[in-house]
Write a protein that binds this ligand. Structure first.
Ligand code: ZN
Length: 145
């Protein structure tokens, strides 16, 4: 990927990394831009941050978070929901929760594919618009008569 550029997932051309919209009309979702995701925010929604000794806690937790983002993604960690907070990410890296995480990871990616699919439906909308134009034409034709 060229430096300072990002790829539009709709038309595959490269645009400036800070662009919020591609010339094709594709809008970049800020939430999926991993550079903009606050790791501290991700961590604090998954685990209970202790009142004391935060420094060693963060050091340890961010290390585990790194291994989790390598296996999954930071975007995934930002949305994954367990309905509760853990004392440590150690629970998430443990083999005990791996299956559960993998399952959520698949669901996460499925949702992603689904959003891609809904983009295709825009084509059908265009079809409706065409019909509307036709109707207008008919009205104009009627007025011209
Ligand atoms: Zn584009």
């Amino acid at each position: 990927m060229p430096r300072g550029k990002k790829k539009c997932s709709s038309c595959d051309i490269f645009v400036g990394s800070r662009a919020s919209k591609c010339s094709c009309g594709y809008v970049f979702d800020k939430k999926t831009n991993s550079k903009k995701i606050n790791k501290l925010e991700v961590l604090s929604r998954l685990v209970i941050v202790p009142e004391k000794n935060k420094r060693p806690f963060y050091l340890k937790e961010f290390k585990m978070m790194k291994s989790l983002t390598e296996r999954y993604s930071l975007e995934f960690l930002l949305v994954v929901d367990f309905g509760k907070k853990f004392d440590s990410l150690a629970y998430l890296v443990s083999p005990k929760l791996k299956d559960s995480l993998d399952q959520r990871w698949r669901a996460f990616n499925y949702k992603f594919d689904k959003s891609k699919y809904s983009n295709y439906n825009i084509g059908e909308k265009f079809g409706d618009d065409k019909q509307l134009t036709k109707k207008n034409k008919t009205t104009r034709d009627f007025l011209n008569e």
